[in-house]
Design a protein around this ligand. Sequence first.
Ligand code: IDP
Ligand code: MG
Length: 151
Amino acid sequence: MGDMETTFVMIKPDGVQRGLVSDIIGRFENKGLRLVGLRQLKPSHELAETHYAVHSERPFYSGLIEFITSGPVVAMAWTGIGAITVARNLIGPTDGKEAPPGTIRGDFSMDIGHNVIHGSDGPETARFELELWFPDGLVDWVRDTEIHIYE
Ligand code: IDP
Ligand code: MG
């Protein structure tokens, strides 16, 4: 059994505009992850630039910041054993054209720029992003159903 982890997941403005919020939250909930943080907000430029700072030298950076600040996003924190990898697997590869069916990007996106959702790519990133988007902390609780989800 792996470690209990918490990961940061964000439905991007295209996912919110297209009405995919309930479907996406449902996939994480049905998988067995525990929702420990949930916020809808229109990100400031500063927040978006800090979140995507690792990409600041990339040619798509300014377009990415413009896109992420263009409308509301839904920021979430999900906890579970191996949650960072579990969430990345639910989300699928970056380019929707190549993402397999059954993944969120595979089912809902056609493009690398408008790919509906973000998920932290490792433990360090998860810590950084959770602190950035949930500065007031997360909700401390346990799903009663976890005794049926984990061995
Ligand atoms: P990830 O979201 O799958 O981790 P990253 O390579 O970390 O993918 O890129 C972060 C985000 O930047 C992507 O989700 C996508 O929205 C955007 N992005 C990445 N590469 C491109 C590109 O070549 N053109 C436009 N947007 C891109
Ligand atoms: Mg990434």
